[in-house]
Write a protein of this length. Structure first.
Length: 252
């Protein structure tokens, strides 16, 4: 089954999917396979791999370590063309539609396209939006683009609708890794009313209650990263997965 179809299947069976972002710089290689196994056993539906900046981490080695202990899909969430790996199951082909930096909207995609064809990895076209989240984030700085103001849900909704008309397959509302504030519920609600694509929400989600609120607002995929970079938090993974897996969420 293609990874996109797998995600759709999880969404229709469980209400929403729960993905954990692994930044290869932030977890030591000796811990990755133990972490991945624990995630699978706790109900995590898949992994995103990547980061806005990669210093020492190695994508291929990280994927090998994950695959040695579990079988849930691994999706590249590329901070750059150098993070594309043939070992992953799919690639979020992200276009930074909240910004007006052409390189992040189409430029890097042109450079990546021949490599993607060569390795034959599944691409999932994703309209990626940075949402203002308190303080400037690494994603904003590196992408050289402004986020959508958090009190302007109508901009996010119109942008998501444009992405749908362009034929994209997912919307990603991103507060940024380690964000002070997650994406506002009102914004998720408005985007989900305007646009019929599945909405991924990530950045600054540090407790199951917040994850649940995002699902109740219309998110179909929840992503957490930072919080589980601390081993002391690993025993809480199941509570996040359970919060995301709500079939008929009550509106908040
Ligand atoms: C970043 O949305 C992800 O792209 C995860 O964010 O690290 O804040 O959980 P956090």
């Amino acid at each position: 089954m293609k990874t996109y179809n797998y995600l759709q299947d999880i969404i229709s069976r469980k209400g929403a999917a729960y993905l954990i972002l692994i930044d290869p710089d932030k977890i030591s290689t000796d811990k990755i396979s133990k972490f991945a196994k624990h995630c699978e056993e706790s109900g995590v539906d898949g992994f995103l791999i990547g980061g806005s900046l990669l210093l020492n981490g190695n994508i291929d080695e990280t994927i090998d370590s994950i695959k040695s202990s579990c079988s849930i899909p691994i999706i590249i969430f590329p901070g750059g063309v150098d993070q594309i790996s043939a070992k992953a199951d799919a690639l979020l082909y992200i276009s930074l539609i909240s910004g007006r930096n052409a390189d992040q909207i189409i430029g890097k995609h042109v450079v990546a396209a021949p490599l993607i064809k060569k390795i034959g990895i599944e691409t999932i076209s994703t309209g990626y939006m940075l949402i203002e989240s308190g303080k400037p984030t690494t994603a904003e700085y590196i992408s050289n683009s402004k986020p959508i103001p958090r009190n302007k849900p109508e901009i996010a909704a119109s942008t998501a609708l444009a992405a749908e008309y362009m034929g994209m397959k997912l919307i990603y509302l991103e507060a940024g890794s380690g964000a002070e504030l997650p994406v506002p519920n009102e914004m998720i609600k408005m985007v989900s009313q305007y646009c019929s694509l599945p909405i991924i929400v990530g950045g600054g989600i540090r407790d199951p209650k917040t994850a649940l609120e995002k699902v109740q607002s219309g998110a179909k995929v929840i992503v957490t990263g930072n919080f589980f970079e601390y081993e002391n938090n690993w025993d809480k993974i199941k509570t996040f997965a359970d919060a995301a897996h709500v079939k008929e969420p009550k509106e908040v």
